[in-house]
Design a protein around this ligand. Structure first.
Ligand code: BGC
Ligand code: NOJ
Length: 808
């Protein structure tokens, strides 16, 4: 069952009923100011850091769900309704929400009055712009009252939820014409404030929540709206809000636009005040001047559309299947940008008060966006690398505002460092910019202790070699990619963090996954070392990788698949010997991606075991059998009921590893079939089962052992976005940059027979046409009409266009 449809030309998902199976959200903002907005206008916004600089309040775990956002209410001669349906839920004659690229348009119509509300964050702007377009489709003249409302958050979102004894006495606002200013704590150490303004005279306002809503009223019944009049309240302490009242007359057929701006402003510390106690509003005025008219809004929207057109033009495919095209060309890269901007901080499953930017997450996210914003990727790499410790290990997370490593969680996840090699390698392959390797980057953000970025990679690589366990496999530390495989944790205290508790020596538990990742990262590392002229280091790395392959073959192979780990006691995990957790997806994917066991037949066996034991209708589950009870020696993985999350859920992040691995064996049909099971556009028809947005991946789909099998959770912010993009765009469609050329090596399913792919890389444009005759043979390429012997297309001079024909 569907609740809307894709509009590919507009690059939008169009939701046609407000009663979707869950709030379906979008992100606004591309640079510093970001917002979450659901299809019924719920959500919130923040500047840079969802915890420390949150402008508007949002209540997770609310009843009903998703109540609270920026709402417009209409009182049309006593008939009160909201164009976004929520929160009033008055029946609409028409409802439509168009989630586009960094904007959302929600339209409601009732009794001949149409209200179209556009929400976006313009480029170069630290504000949400809302345009309300009202049209009288009826026969008579209408006098109606429009109300806006936004509830301010007292900046620090965590404190805002917990420290009422203080917070209920700090709120301060100023009202100046049609602009409402939120200035809590501005009198002391803050030099930032918020504004919510409209480009028209208002007939009333409220800034005190209780006055506007009534103490015992919910969002669906604000007293001021029901009565048809605000009371010009000025908040002092308690709960500050911004509500405008605008009286509108509309002749039949008449249309009126109102432009609202909800923004974040900063003043220099020594220029905070206009007069004693009165904030310096100069920056706000500059902001508001930019959105005085509806035409200015149109221009800003056009600019935003151009921005996305430009970004998305770097890889486009016409495959003959619109579902593939809309994922590859629009929604998957769009989601990759969301993970770049927000990391794992703020979504409808991440509250924005918890996690900072993850080291491994950021490095993996980069694989999906580096071709879109290479300059910004470069900066991200340098920021992330600066949180690495001198011994090569890394802070697991850092805070985006300070860019400092997060002490609360610290270090000890032994896969972390290797992801830096993967991301830098991807960046250099995309851009050819070797100079990044020579950048001086601090360790642990200490400017007195720094090394080149290459030195950081070297320490990352050697951190693994310096931390090998009894079998010569890498020690797992607190966890590897699977945060819930906590083999040194042994926690018996309720509520204790599995991520930070480490009460065993950590010198025995080993990870076959890290071994696979190590071998996988080695060729990139070696190529970079050679490019820098470090031939001895390259040679040493080559030997170390070969040894690791040997070790995995000897101690990491279980007979039909790769083992997962050795636990603290030196017992196998992910082995036929185990009762539960016999086979895990991660080492099968990564070891084969790394090329381990290709010749010996291990690779094929491992992937066949995945197909036989882990594949299901909704995707590949993480392991089998699930853990039916808590295992002290395995940690968080066994805390989830069977089928959820890391306990045998379908973790959409690691399914693509198996897809990519399948392409190494040349099995395009299998790879593609795995992808179709989890790709949102292919699950659109079962939205009532999947429940989450049909345009972005979810981190998890409940596995076959769960009662809610097939139901997704945790959409948007997940490494799933980047890895699925890599699987489909780089490996199945097969176009990916390498150091000396663009690799064009598709591994296609029989059902895709004629394709066109355009790739802009290092300034040149490659127009690729593919004829897939399904012979299963190695693709044959012609460049500008001339046959070549390999699948590597040498880089062309910037500005040129290259025609590549592929027959396979
Ligand atoms: C989740 C993991 C996540 C970890 C760290 C766990 O509860 O299951 O998916 O990586 O928390 O936030
Ligand atoms: C989510 C975390 O963000 C990621 O770092 C981790 O690899 C996966 N969960 C799997 O545990």
């Amino acid at each position: 069952m569907r609740f809307g449809h894709f509009d590919d030309d507009a690059r939008e998902y169009v939701i046609t009923t407000p009663e979707t199976p869950y709030p379906w959200i979008n992100y606004l903002g591309t640079e510093k100011f970001f917002s979450l907005i659901s299809h019924t206008a719920g959500g919130y916004c923040f500047y840079l850091d969802a915890r420390m600089r949150r402008l508007t309040r949002y209540r997770y775990n609310n009843v009903p769900t998703d109540a609270g956002g920026r709402y417009f209410y209409i009182n049309d001669g006593g008939d009160v309704w909201t164009p976004s349906w929520m929160p009033v839920k008055a029946e609409l004659d028409r409802f439509e929400c168009r989630h586009g690229l960094s904007y959302t348009v929600i339209t409601g119509e009732r009794n001949g009055l149409l209200a179209e509300t556009l929400y976006f964050v313009p480029l170069g702007t630290d504000a949400e712009v809302h345009r309300v377009r009202l049209r009288n489709n009826g026969n008579g003249t209408r006098s109606l009252k429009l109300f806006s409302v936004a509830e301010f958050n007292l900046w620090n979102a965590w404190d805002d939820q917990t420290n009422y004894q203080r917070n209920l006495s700090v709120a301060e606002v100023e009202v100046d014409g049609s602009a409402i200013y939120h200035k809590s704590e501005y009198r002391e150490r803050r030099n930032h404030y918020a504004v919510y303004a409209v480009n028209a005279p208002i007939s009333g306002f409220d800034t005190d929540r209780e006055t506007f809503f009534g103490l015992f009223n919910g969002w669906h019944e604000p007293q001021a709206v029901l009565k048809g009049a605000c009371r010009n309240s000025v908040a002092s302490g308690w709960y500050p809000i911004a509500a405008h009242q605008i009286d509108v007359e509309l002749a039949p057929g008449e249309e009126k636009d109102l432009v609202f701006v909800l923004g974040y402003l900063e003043n220099p510390k020594d220029d905070k005040w206009e007069a004693p106690g009165v904030i310096n509003k100069a920056p706000a005025q500059t902001l508001l001047e930019r959105f005085r008219t509806s035409e200015q809004v149109d221009e800003a929207m056009a600019e935003l559309r151009r921005y996305w057109t430009d970004l998305l033009s770097r890889y486009t495919a016409q495959t003959g299947d619109p579902r593939v095209d809309r994922m590859v060309n629009i929604w998957n890269p769009y989601q990759c940008m969301a993970t770049f901007n927000i990391c794992r901080s703020a979504s409808y499953f991440e509250t924005g008060v918890g996690r900072g930017v993850g080291f491994r997450d950021s490095n993996q996210d980069l694989l999906g966006f580096v071709h879109l914003v290479p300059e910004r990727a470069r900066k991200r790499i340098l920021d992330v690398a600066a949180t690495q410790f001198p011994d090569g290990s890394a802070y697991h997370q850092y805070q985006p505002l300070t860019k400092r490593g997060n002490n609360d969680i610290g270090s000890g996840f032994n896969d972390d460092p290797l992801w830096l090699i993967e991301s830098v390698d991807a960046y250099v392959r995309e851009t050819g910019d070797l100079s990044i390797l020579e950048e001086e980057v601090p360790f642990d953000n200490n400017p007195d202790h720094s090394g080149t970025l290459f030195e950081h990679l070297k320490r990352a690589f050697h951190h693994v070699l310096n931390n090998l366990g009894p079998h010569g496999l890498p020690l797992i530390g607190r966890a590897d990619w699977n945060d819930c495989l906590n083999l040194n944790c042994f926690s018996e205290t309720p509520g204790e963090s599995f991520q930070t508790t480490e009460n065993r020596t950590g010198r025995t538990a080993e990870s076959v996954f890290i071994a696979g990742l190590f071998v996988h990262s080695a060729p990139g590392y070696i190529a970079l070392a050679e490019a820098m002229g470090f031939d001895k280091e390259a040679e040493a790395a080559r030997r170390a990788a070969a040894e690791m392959v040997q070790t995995v073959t000897e101690h990491g192979w279980d007979g039909e698949w790769f083992l997962r780990a050795y636990d603290y006691f030196g017992n196998k995990l992910g082995s036929e010997e185990n009762q539960e957790g016999q086979i895990f997806i991660e080492p099968q994917g990564f070891c084969v991606m790394a090329g381990i066991g290709l010749e010996e037949g291990f690779a094929q066996k491992a992937l066949d075991s995945v197909a036989a034991r882990l594949d299901t209708d909704h995707g590949i589950v993480l392991h089998q059998p699930p853990f039916s009870r808590y295992y002290l020696e395995y940690g968080e993985i066994s805390t989830y009921p069977p089928g959820y999350k890391e306990n045998a859920g379908i973790f959409c992040h690691n399914n693509p590893w198996v897809m990519i691995a399948e392409t190494r064996l040349g099995r395009g049909d299998r790879a593609f079939n795995y992808w179709k099971k989890i790709a949102p556009a292919f699950r659109e028809d079962i939205s009532e089962v999947h429940r989450l947005e049909p345009y972005v991946y979810a981190q998890m789909i409940a596995g076959k052992d769960a009662p809610l099998n097939g139901e997704a959770k945790n959409s948007w912010l997940s490494g799933t976005a980047a890895w699925n993009y890599v699987a489909i765009a780089h490996h199945i469609l097969g176009v990916r940059p390498e150091l000396d050329g663009l690799r064009v090596d598709p591994c296609l399913p029989g059902e895709l027979t004629k394709l066109k792919i355009t790739r802009i890389c290092r300034g040149a444009e490659y127009r690729i046409t593919i004829k897939n005759k399904g012979t299963g043979e190695i693709p044959h390429l012609k460049i500008d009409g001339k046959s070549i012997e390999s699948t590597l297309v040498p880089y062309a001079t910037p500005g040129s266009t290259v025609a590549v024909e592929v027959e396979m």
